[in-house]
Design a protein around this ligand. Structure first.
Ligand code: SF4
Length: 76
């Protein structure tokens, strides 16, 4: 099973940095607190998102819940 590291400012992301994982440049990594998540392709009926973001960026977590307010604006 994979360890799930997430960079989104999401309500389900751990508030504490991972003790096991860290970015190569030393920045902390944060884990998802859910038991499972569902990753699917972004809804993109006319292909505009894919044209701009690229196919490699079309996956998204369907359980993502943005943190609103100052904490969610930090951009991780
Ligand atoms: S629910 Fe999805 S977006 Fe939210 S922390 Fe977990 S993996 Fe990241």
């Amino acid at each position: 099973m994979a360890d799930l590291i997430c960079s989104m400012a999401c309500k389900h992301r751990s508030k504490r940095p991972s003790r096991k994982w860290r970015h190569k440049d030393g920045r902390p990594c944060y884990a998802c607190t859910l038991n499972y998540v569902y990753i699917s392709r972004v809804f993109d009926m006319d292909g505009d998102i894919c044209a701009v973001a690229g196919e490699n960026n079309m996956a998204h977590c369907t359980f993502y819940e943005p943190i609103e307010g100052p904490e969610g604006d930090e951009g991780v």
